[in-house]
Design a protein around this ligand. Structure first.
Ligand code: TMO
Length: 315
């Protein structure tokens, strides 16, 4: 009997709290959405902001937030959500904040991710580095010399993204794999500098190896990632490993401040359902990087063209 009573009271309590949550209106306090420095993330910020606004919410944007520090900002409540937690670049900062408490894992997008060094397919077609995409092709001095630039000190140059994304991960890997005498790694100041390098190398007909990722606008444009030795848990120097590994087949997660589901239950429920595919995220980036729209206009267009996709998240 005791058991039945406690079971019944548990049911009553959960029904009450369930209906309490589903009926509670979202706070009018703005939902704070961060923007970083790559296109899909910024467009998706405005897409998600538009979805929240369609539900009657107020939204504000924290622009140009550091993409590692954002998880601490969410944990302490300065920022409400993160909608693109890329495993390779930000998994460690995300997990650190998760373990400290105050931040919740709000599930994965459908899209899987890869963030690594690679090359446009015409580099292989021109025979500039026979054996690619196998990384051991990079050991060949005749390959490396096709990737020299004026600033590379007679070595082949790889152009990494902004250093805020992965610190010294790629220079460490180049050294760990014994490629340091043939290759040097430079950091681009912005994602746009990576795309400018792709265009310049093509025009000049010279080899280029850059950091890139998928989902991205380059998914359909003939870009190949180099096959480095497989990623295993702990293989990176920051995790105590020898660094002789490529990047993981990664998740793309969402995260929220732990109070967000209480202050904005309807928006939090919608955000939990939000899941974008590789082609949807690639399209968000392409509206900016190919079609040259502003991030805000790209988001408006995406929302107008994909009503049935996003309205399903709000029901
Ligand atoms: C985090 N990024 C998508 C730039 O690799």
């Amino acid at each position: 009997m005791r058991k039945i009573i406690s079971l019944l009271s548990a049911v009553v309590i959960s029904v009450v709290s369930f209906t309490g949550i589903s009926n509670a209106a979202d706070s009018k306090k703005p939902i704070v959405i961060p923007t970083h420095n790559w296109s899909s993330q910024i467009v998706m910020a405005y897409v998600i902001g538009g979805i929240f606004e369609s539900m009657g919410n107020n939204v504000s944007y924290a622009e140009g937030v550091d993409s590692q520090g954002v998880y601490e900002s969410i944990r302490i409540g300065d920022v409400s959500i993160s909608h693109e937690v890329w495993e390779s670049a930000f998994g460690k900062s995300f997990t650190t904040a998760l373990d400290k408490g105050g931040l919740l894992d709000w599930g994965d997008h459908e899209a899987r991710t890869l963030e690594d060094m690679g090359y446009p397919n015409w580099v292989a077609d021109k025979g500039l580095c026979p054996g690619l995409p196998d990384w051991t092709a990079l050991k060949n001095p005749d390959c490396a010399k096709n990737f020299e630039t004026p600033d590379s000190g007679g070595k082949g140059r790889m152009l990494e993204g902004p250093q805020t994304w992965h610190g010294d991960l790629i220079p460490q890997r180049v050294d760990a794999l014994g490629l340091g005498s043939l290759w040097t790694v430079k950091f681009a100041g912005s994602a746009d500098a990576l795309w400018a390098e792709l265009a310049a190398a093509k025009k000049e007909g010279r080899g280029t190896i850059i950091f890139n990722w998928t989902p991205n606008f380059t998914d359909g444009a003939g870009f190949t990632f180099i096959d480095f030795p497989p990623y295993t848990a702990g293989c990176r120097p920051e995790d105590g490993g020898d660094g002789k590994c490529g990047s993981p087949d990664g998740y793309l997660k969402k995260a929220v401040n732990a109070d967000f589901p209480k202050t904005h239950p309807a928006a939090a429920a919608a955000f939990k359902k939000m899941s974008f595919s590789t082609s949807q995220i690639g399209a968000m980036a392409a509206l900016v990087d190919v079609d040259k729209m502003t991030h805000q206009d790209a988001a408006k267009k995406w929302l107008a063209d994909n009503k049935s996709v996003w309205q399903a998240f709000t029901k």
